[in-house]
Design a protein around this ligand. Sequence first.
Ligand SMILES: [Zn+2]
Length: 283
Amino acid sequence: MPINLLKLYECGYCTHPEKIVNPKKNLKSIKFPATVALLKHSQQGYMLFDTGYASHFLQETKYFPYSIYSKLTPVYFLENQSIKNQLEKDGINANEISTIILSHFHGDHVGGLKDFPKANILTSKKAYTNISGLTKVKALTKGCLLELLPEDIEKRMSFFDESTFLQLDNRYGPFNKGIDLFGDSSVIAIDLTGHAIGQTGLFVQLPSGKRVLLCADAVWVSEAYEKMILPHKIAHLLIEDVNSYKENVKNLHELSKQAPEIDILPTHCEKSADLARRGYVYE
Ligand SMILES: [Zn+2]
């Protein structure tokens, strides 16, 4: 099997009132851990899905206008939680990461990019076009800190959505279009536009037969797709395409019913962070 393992890491967290993700809850702040997935592919070697928070994020958000970001969503991060340092602890050097697949360009997903200067970056053109060339302030309104992107990003980046989307069979539930990233059916990218334009999710096939859907920020918490809970209206400020967002929640719900054997893992869900804390490895 081309993908030998998948392991999650928790790389800091931010806090928000729970009411934002579930209008029935109160204003008590809850943690939104930022997780990163490590994949090992037999030909591609080690790859990451997103990069979490890193010291670059804290550095950039010290000053105006980016300080607004850290005031709205306080971030808790220690240097040993960066994905680079956690990989090092697992015996993986940053230079061994061949590819970073980016779900979208929000600060908590690209925070650690600069720690991997040799990695190729694979993402959707739709997501990148939506944020490249924006002014600092405009980008910030979209949750993006352009300074977190390496200067040579365009030299190292390729877009998987320049290939045509394939028709997926019913094993993917209502997600009927995707791109086979490595031509071996091990990682299928799907368009989860909603939370961000061009947001990408990955279906990953493991040797044991297990399948995982890394659904990025299509929902913040698993409860949202399990019980079809839509976020508070105020969260619409954080959602670029509200109708597509709702469609994704519905599709994830259907997938969880049609294929309950698939682990659906949102980046900021406690369920994902718990797997990370336990050091769980999908094989
Ligand atoms: Zn996001």
